[in-house]
Design a binder for this molecule. Sequence first.
Ligand code: LMR
Length: 332
Amino acid sequence: MSEEKEPIRVVISGAAGQIGYALIPLVAGGKTFGPNQPIILHLLDIPPAMKCLGGVVMEIEDCAYPLVRGIVATDSYEVAFDKVDWAILVGGFPRKKGMLRKDLLAKNASIYIETGKVLDRCASKDCHVLVVANPANTNANTLSMNTPSIPRGNITALTRLDMNRGAGILAKRLGAKPSDVTNVTIFGNHSKTQFPYIDRADINGTPIRTAINDDSFLDQGFITQVQNRGAEVIAARGFSSAMSAANAIKDHVHDWFHGTKPGQIVSMGVDSTGNPYGIADGLIYSFPVTIKNREWAIVGGFSLTDAQRTLMQTTEKELKEEKDEVSASSNL
Ligand code: LMR
């Protein structure tokens, strides 16, 4: 009989929200860390959400998940981040009507400065962090500047949702299974400037550009569809995506924890420093990566046309501007 593994501590911030509600069953049910990895769930939210979070805790208990060895539900950063091994940060200040992007950046910058400081003090020194709250890449960068004792490579931002969206759109167009479409790549920011790249993607071994013989769709319509998908979901649902966001978080953390399969390339927002694509250092930029032993490595050598390079630079420029705005608002 194999010995039982030590439980790992996993914090989810914004745990009482819609993404939290869709994500907790995936994490607690073994879909992220695997069916043999016990976990202690740390659930963090703001004080007005505590009553709701209490209900979520009751439901987790009522699910009788075999892997859940403890639940900590709190509105205290110190308690929530105590000794955590993995942090999935969904909590942030949502964009309100009439709010300028600059104001959203500033509000979230102050949240992620504080989050970083407490995480640095309280979490495991090898804590692996996924930032989901928007602006995700810049929040991750702000956090990283405040976590000097956690390796910068351990701080990532979610672009797997965009990657999955790209695979879904291509599969639908081909009348194929989404799982047959592999290696769609997202470059840049999780925003409307992101660049979904398909020239390394294939369907059952056939390059996407061969399978879909329509350059105008692949170089324009497809890119716009992926870029606008989040806004379309908000317009239709009245809320930001939650089910698909939770599913993408599950995929991101699963692959980071277990490693990528041979030939599999995934997209993650990661430290751009020293990247092989000429993107400025010091950003959290989404690149194609492979993962081994919980360390990601950027896959270089993708061929890029001038037009594609321009798309990569447009999203880089937005990330630089976001970083500058955060610095201006917080003296970082
Ligand atoms: C999404 O991509 O669905 C969200 O990040 C959109 C948003 O602005 O909340």
